[in-house]
Design a protein around this ligand. Sequence first.
Ligand code: NAD
Length: 478
Amino acid sequence: MSDVLPQYIGGERVAAPPADQSLNPSNTADVVARVPRGGAAEVEAAVAAARAAFPAWSEASPEVRADVLDRAGDLILQRREQIGRLLSREEGKTLPEGIGETVRAGRIFKYFAGEALRRHGQNLDSVRPGVEIQTYRQAVGVFGLITPWNFPIAIPAWKTAPALAFGNTVVLKPAGPTPATAAAMAEILWEAGAPPGVFNMIFGPGSMGAKLVEHPGVDGISFTGSQSVGAGVAEAAVRRQARVQLEMGGKNPLVVLDDADLDRAVMVALDGSFYATGQRCTASSRIIVTDAIHDRFVAALAQKVAALRVGDALDPQTQMGPAVSEAQMQVSYDYIDIARAEGGRIVTGGGRLELPNPGWYVQPTLIADTAKDMRINCEEVFGPVASTVRVRDYDEALAVANDGDFGLSAGIVTTSLKYARDFQRRAKAGMVMVNLPTAGVDYHVPFGGTKKSSYGAREQGFAAVEFYTQTKTAYSWA
Ligand code: NAD
């Protein structure tokens, strides 16, 4: 039986009796972690600790902040195997994917260690002679960070690192299914020397996240999760004029044109739709294929999908792990049934998957002959389920790709420079991929979407300074 994980409040590891647990989705007999369930008192204590720590941290030399973040990055990278294994055991992505995500988290901390030293302002001449103007970027205060389970260390890292780099303090509420992975990051920040109260982490259900959003001592909220929850978070934050940033779902299109290299198109679709069990907000779940390549593409992709080795995330033979939870597994099965009932043709998968381990396995499923308005093409599944839509030509492909409520990532596979450039300009998405999977992004550049996928300033890389600082304009005459 696992130990009970502590919460991190005011520089203390706070112990409490367990109330919730995370299970290994590859083998549900394995309890990964037991955690206490915080409530109003923990939110109160964590926000108070973060507020108390803010003046000293925001006024500290940027070198102090850079050193803490750099040490945290080094420790994460040193423990990539150990944390990656824990992540795969708790979330269900394969071990290479778990280690890859851990390395990314380490790199993010090291990138923002540099950014702490690069926060800059401007000097401008005033329109009034003798007057000078300076702009400063200053820390905002306390940030509440609310994260999902599908990138259980990378997303906490890409919110925590910029918040701390620019002098803010933090209360993190990680997702219920993956507390142990978030705790590994919390422990490392503690070891890296984050002063008491600068970083706090509390466990609890969605209602605890709501308390954080409503707390008057929290100056800003960065939320990643589902669209339905995000809309309520924004409403509550805006009501009290807190700054807010949301990263939410996707229904990301991948366009395959007649002139595409077939092998490349299949590789791009396989990776984008099925790797990480399709549990990526940037997963390609709608594959829009022009007529002349359609049948060859669907046949070739189906062959690869059927050959995917699904199994225990920690087994080196496994290419696709389980869904994170029973509920998430059920969502995939529900949407397969819905698509079938709406007239979709199951080309491969679609059935239950029983393996020797008791786990939440889903057969990777490809559904062809779907129409653009079917629910399978409008609603996020967040599982290893992709559908294809047959279109006449590029113009129709672009129109279908731009349909719908979401606009996170969009991809095209083509050898035509003309169509590639046109798609880059006209796809209604925050990120556009040419001959690359819709999922898989770098950590030093902006991340985010359009329409209902995102709200507020972009996350990550050099864009993060917008959300985690506020600008002051100073005038002087001497
Ligand atoms: P979720 O919305 O159920 O939960 C996200 C977080 O919000 C969790 O920590 C949860 O406890 C908390 N929460 C729940 N109710 C709340 C409330 N009323 N107030 C405040 N917080 C609350 O999402 P999930 O199932 O954990 O994650 C899957 C979703 O995340 C998918 O929709 C996926 O597309 C999205 N996602 C988006 C991105 C992105 O960057 N765009 C990245 C990863 C995942």
